[in-house]
Design a protein around this ligand. Structure first.
Ligand code: SAH
Length: 347
């Protein structure tokens, strides 16, 4: 299959939609439950759904499409067991996922789009722009297939792979509902983080849904001059507007925001930036996750020195801001997102 099928993508259907579709085919309600269960396992054809009558399997294959990704590459870190996948999708496009092993459980980092339209200067995923959004099932498949292939039971999900999740809002919400379903993978919203570059109107829209997930906002600078230099999204909507939306998000959902901050040498890591960031976040109860910049071959930006990072952290801690530094996992397999796909696209 190399083109999007005209038939509905059955794995993207929510349980009540599936029930309605099966009822319309004259099937009893338990069939929809059986099928939903199958769709939450890595089956690639209706033929494999062996507890369904053959006639029904045939009917399903005439009326619906069932997509399945192919693990084109799999890299396993010898240092910490991190597993990275390059998936080939039905149309020949590629996305990446990473399974990370933490004490609190195995976490999969999934992609939400093929490429990314946001244009952040430091990010490998946006080189070449956005090709297309992923369907809900294509995001779900990254969790299903990573778990099945790696043998690691997934308990946490981060939407921090390739793409901007809020640019693919409807499919991402649909994915969240699918993966959260008790009859499916049953992963609790509190075990899911969604990372965004900060599309203000979409943050408000998300807040309106009242989901209990963790919202991570890629801030990377506390002032408009610096942020607009590295993140085009900031040119339309500045830092203070973004922080105000984060405040509204917290008020509506009761969930504190986690801010990501990639430390880039001499660009956003000076005492001025640390002091302004501390001032803007003081008293909000939010959390800052510093990420040592991953070097991307196509970019001239370099990571901050360890000494600069230490000083930056001290400034934030003096204002009682909760700071952590992201541990680099899978350094031997280039586990940070976007790089495998870049390599593949160059071929
Ligand atoms: N589009 C979403 C999610 C994708 S990336 C977002 O912008 O949040 C997940 C995180 O990695 C983001 O905080 C992103 O800014 C950061 N990131 C991207 N490239 C990076 C790099 N080269 N080094 C460090 N962090 C990077």
């Amino acid at each position: 299959m190399t083109e999007k099928s005209a038939l509905p993508d059955i794995k993207s259907m929510l349980p009540d939609e599936l029930s309605a579709a099966l009822a319309a085919l004259g099937e009893p309600p338990f069939r929809a439950k059986q099928i939903f269960k199958w769709l939450n396992t890595p089956v690639s054809s209706f033929e494999e759904m062996t507890n369904l009558p053959k006639a029904l399997r045939e009917k399903l294959s005439e009326r619906f499409t069932l997509y399945a990704p192919l693990a084109e590459r799999k890299l396993v870190s010898r240092l910490d067991g991190t597993v990275k996948y390059l998936w080939r999708l039905y149309d020949g496009n590629h996305v990446e996922s990473v399974v990370m092993r933490y004490e609190h459980g195995n976490t999969v980092c999934v992609s939400s789009e093929v490429g990314c339209p946001m244009g952040c200067a430091f990010c490998a995923s946006t080189i070449g722009g956005k090709v297309r959004v992923l369907g809900a099932s294509e995001i779900l498949d990254q969790v299903l297939y990573a778990q099945a292939d790696s043998g690691l039971r997934i308990s946490n999900i981060v939407l921090m792979g390739i793409g901007e999740p809020l640019d693919n809002f409807d499919n991402v919400i649909r994915f969240l509902r699918l993966v959260n379903d008790p009859a499916g993978m049953n992963i609790g919203m509190r075990h899911i983080s969604l990372s965004t570059c900060g599309i203000v109107e979409k943050i408000d829209k998300l807040a309106g849904l009242g989901l209990q997930l963790t919202l991570s906002v890629s801030l990377h600078a506390p002032d408009d001059e610096t942020r607009s230099r590295i993140m085009p999204v900031n040119r339309a909507c500045g830092v203070d507007t973004l922080l105000a939306a984060c405040g509204r998000y917290f008020e509506k959902t009761g969930r504190r925001i986690s801010f990501e901050y990639a430390m880039i040498r001499d660009l956003n890591d000076t005492p001025f930036h640390a002091a302004l960031l501390a001032e803007k976040l003081a008293g909000t109860g939010s959390h800052v996750n510093l990420i040592p910049l991953n070097e991307v071959p196509e970019s001239k930006l370099r990571p901050s020195t360890p000494e600069t990072m230490r000083r930056f952290i001290k400034t934030l801690e003096r204002k009682n801001i909760n700071v952590t530094v992201r541990r680099k996992l899978g350094p031997d397999i280039e586990a940070s997102c976007g790089q495998l796909r870049r390599e593949r696209e160059k071929k």
